[in-house]
Design a protein around this ligand. Structure first.
Ligand code: FES
Length: 197
C-alpha cells in the first residue's frame, strides 16, 4: 500500500514537473519572440534610451523624409513637416508596420505614410487611418527628438548586446530596407525623399 502511494506520488511529481517544464519552455519561446517584435514596433521608454545624432537641424527639407537605423537595428522614418527651427519641425516614427511588419514609407505627394503590403495608411502623426492597421486602431509610436547646437538628435534604444559595435545612422543610397515582416521590399527600393523606384 505504502509502495502504491509512493509510486503515485512519484508519477504525479514527474507529471507536474513535465508540465512545468513545458510551460516554462512555451513562456520562454513566446517571451523571446515578443521581446524581438517589441523592439521593432515600440520605441523604448525614456529610461531606456540613448541620444544619437541624426543630421544637422536643417539637413532635411520640409516635406522630405529620411530613413534612419538605430543602434539596435530598428529602422525609423524621420520626416520634416515645418520650418519653425525646433525639433517639433520633425516627426520620427518606426518604419515597421504594426500590422505584419512590412516597411512603411512617407509619401509626400499624399501627405501620408503608406504600407504597400495590405494598403495600410497612416496620417502624418502616425495614426492608422485605413487598411488593416486602421481597422485595428493602431499607431506608429513616436520617437523623441530634440535639437542641440543645430544638430537633430533622436532617442533610441541602445545596442542589444553590450559589446556590439552598432552605432546607428542615416540609411544612405537606395538599398531596400531590411526588417521583420514579410516581403519588406515589396514596393521596390525606397529613396531619400520618400519616392520609390
Ligand atoms: S503589413 Fe502593413 S498593412 Fe499589412
Amino acid at each position: 500500500m505504502a509502495d502504491d502511494e509512493n509510486g503515485g506520488d512519484r508519477r504525479s511529481f514527474i507529471t507536474n514537473a513535465s508540465r512545468a517544464a513545458m510551460a516554462a519552455g512555451l513562456v520562454g519561446g513566446y517571451g523571446a519572440f515578443a521581446i524581438v517584435a517589441g523592439r521593432f514596433l515600440y520605441p523604448a521608454t525614456s529610461d531606456d534610451v540613448m541620444w544619437q545624432f541624426v543630421t544637422e537641424s536643417d539637413g532635411i527639407k520640409v516635406g522630405e523624409s529620411i530613413r534612419y537605423r538605430g543602434p539596435s537595428g530598428e529602422t525609423i522614418n524621420i520626416t520634416r513637416r515645418s520650418r519653425a527651427g525646433g525639433a517639433d519641425d520633425h516627426i520620427a516614427l518606426p518604419s515597421t508596420c504594426p500590422h505584419l511588419g512590412c516597411q512603411v514609407r512617407w509619401e509626400e505627394q499624399n501627405k501620408r505614410f503608406f504600407c504597400p503590403c495590405h494598403n495600410g495608411v497612416f496620417d502624418p502623426a502616425g495614426k492608422a487611418i485605413a487598411g488593416p492597421p486602421g481597422e485595428a486602431g493602431q499607431w506608429l509610436p513616436r520617437y523623441e527628438l530634440h535639437v542641440e547646437n543645430g544638430l537633430l538628435m533622436i532617442a533610441v534604444p541602445p545596442p542589444r548586446f553590450s559589446d556590439a559595435d552598432e552605432k546607428g545612422g542615416v540609411i544612405e543610397g537606395d538599398d531596400c530596407v531590411s526588417g521583420p515582416g514579410h516581403d519588406p521590399c515589396l514596393a521596390g527600393r525606397p529613396r531619400r525623399g520618400g519616392s520609390v523606384a
